[in-house]
Design a protein around this ligand. Structure first.
Ligand code: ADP
Length: 501
């Protein structure tokens, strides 16, 4: 076996063959420079393996492969029903390999195995199947103008799409981007996050097995500033879709201007969760917990600012604190009862700790956590679930995205105040409102500046429903029918049926 694959045994005992190369033209290849990235198990800080890292030269090769595939009639002119069947077969093969994919995801990312298997992998296959169904349902329109003219539109693919994904949901974010891009006939060069490169490479083996023509789907690993920037600036890339931090999103937007690429950005958030006195408090407690503590708090839509109406503030805090203590079980992600694994990297771990220090020094009241969690063999990037109360709007921990098991709670007096404070953010991704009053719920849904509002839940996104943000939380939408808009042009065709000059 060449050094493009390595035989590994995961912590759960699963043995498998891990690809280490860049996946271009349905083959794994070394990077031209020979550079590699070493990936770390966040649970015990050990090295898992190293994988080849793409540089600008490799990006050129991958983009050329995607361009060639885009022009090739075997993909471009593929019957749309056949394209849907191909995508569906891909989803089925992923399903057959879900245990190994979930194992890799947990090992590399630190998320609980049960979550990786039952939620992330279900999201992956569900998304690919959903868009497989759309493949033969993306229609143009006939636009009636006059009998002398036939005007119609064709929904055509954009071309070569660069897709840059983050480390918090590697495979799920890959599926959100692959599904609509492929269903509409684009070709893809996707870059994994350097922190979690392994699962996407394994997915490469399944791309080939599903039978996609070479070059339609290419997977690169590589650093953001090298491979990511090379993609964003590439003159032969037509579109860039990105999920990650707001700061990087802005960089990408600037770089994409070089050839006026179509862009979709899904970036940061500091999403509010508002609880009114008339809410079902026990339900609010449970959803608020999932809303911030799920996936180690590493969720862009995490409802990380909880605003509670004065009359139920103390009660909510008491119930929330004991619910977190009971259910946020921190531990080895391969253990069945673990709710919270380690943060993905040392950098993220230290980032969360620095916000804990900021909260303490700014004078917020720490009622849970506030330190590293050391009971998992003394190693790993674990954080004790952290709750700050009596948080002021001016505090850094109230304003900035932390991306960890870290929540701030504050009280409000009136509906107007709740709306104003919910909107007092540079972000506008998600928002949750808890009330039994349906008029109030719907009223707030309109008034809150966010791409998504949950009434009486939090973060229960659905692949059939548009996902995305306003303000500095992003541009464009993923998922649902709206996701297809991000990957097609509407070409207008004017047919003269009788206008004579
Ligand atoms: P984080 O700061 O949480 O690691 P980023 O937004 O930096 O999140 O990373 C998300 C994705 O963007 C990753 O795939 C990363 O490699 C990529 N990336 C980071 N910096 C750049 C950049 N300057 N240009 C293009 N891609 C980048």
């Amino acid at each position: 076996m060449s050094d493009l694959f390595v035989e590994l045994t995961a912590p759960n005992g699963r043995k498998y063959s891990q690809p280490r190369g860049l996946f271009i033209n349905n083959e794994f290849v070394k990077s031209k420079s020979g550079e590699t990235i070493t990936t770390i198990n966040p649970t015990d800080e050990s090295e898992i393996t190293s994988v080849y890292a793409a540089g600008p030269e490799d990006v050129d090769i991958a983009v050329a492969a995607a361009r060639k595939a885009f022009k090739d009639p075997s993909w471009r002119d593929m019957d749309t029903t056949a394209r849907g069947e191909l995508l569906y077969r891909f989803a089925e093969i992923i399903e057959q390999n879900k245990e190994v994919l979930a194992t890799i995801e947990t090992w590399d990312n630190g998320k609980p195995y049960s979550v990786a298997l039952n939620e992330d992998l279900a999201e992956v296959t569900g998304t690919i199947k959903y868009y497989a169904g759309w493949s033969n349902k993306v229609h143009g329109q006939v636009i009636d103008t006059s009998p002398a003219k036939l005007a119609y539109t064709i929904r055509e693919p954009l071309g070569v799409c660069a897709q840059i994904i983050p480390w918090n949901f590697p495979l799920a974010m890959a599926a959100w981007k692959l599904g609509p891009a492929l269903a509409t006939g684009n070709t893809v060069v996707m870059k994994a996050a350097e922190q979690t490169p392994l699962s996407l490479l394994y997915l490469g083996t399944l791309v080939k097995e599903a039978g996609f023509p070479p070059g339609v789907i290419n997977f690169l690993n590589g650093e953001g500033r090298k491979a990511g920037a090379a993609l964003a600036q590439h003159l032969d890339v037509d579109k860039i879709a990105f999920t990650g931090s707001t700061a990087t999103g802005k960089e990408i937007m600037k770089m994409a201007a070089v050839n006026m690429k179509n862009i979709t950005l899904e970036t940061g958030g500091k999403s509010p969760l508002i609880i009114f006195e008339d809410a079902d408090i026990e339900q609010a407690v449970k959803w608020a917990h999932i809303g911030i503590m799920y996936n180690q708090g590493q969720v862009c839509t995490a409802t990380s600012r909880i605003l509670v109406e004065e009359g139920v503030y103390e009660k909510f805090i008491e119930l929330f604190k004991s619910h977190v203590a009971e259910t946020s079980i921190v531990g080895d992600p391969f253990k069945d009862d673990t709710f919270q694994g380690p943060q993905v990297t040392k950098t993220q771990f230290e980032r969360v700790l620095s916000y804990i220090e900021a909260g303490k020094s700014e004078g917020a009241k720490l009622i849970a956590g506030g330190e590293a969690f050391k009971n998992v063999g003394g190693k790993g990037f674990f954080i004790a679930p952290t709750i700050f109360t009596d948080v002021k709007d001016s505090m850094k921990i109230y304003r900035e995205e932390v991306f960890g098991p870290f929540v701030v709670i504050s009280s409000f007096k009136t509906e107007e105040e709740a709306i104003e404070r919910a909107n007092d953010s540079t972000y506008g991704l998600g928002a949750a409102v808890f009330t039994q009053n349906i008029s109030k719920g719907h009223r707030l849904a309109r008034l809150i500046e966010a791409g998504m509002v949950w009434i009486n839940s939090s973060n229960d996104s659905d692949i059939r429903v548009p996902f995305g943000g306003v303000k500095q939380s992003g541009i464009g939408r993923e998922l649902g029918e709206a996701g297809l808009e991000s990957y097609t042009n509407k070409k207008a065709v004017h047919v003269n049926l009788g206008t004579k000059l």
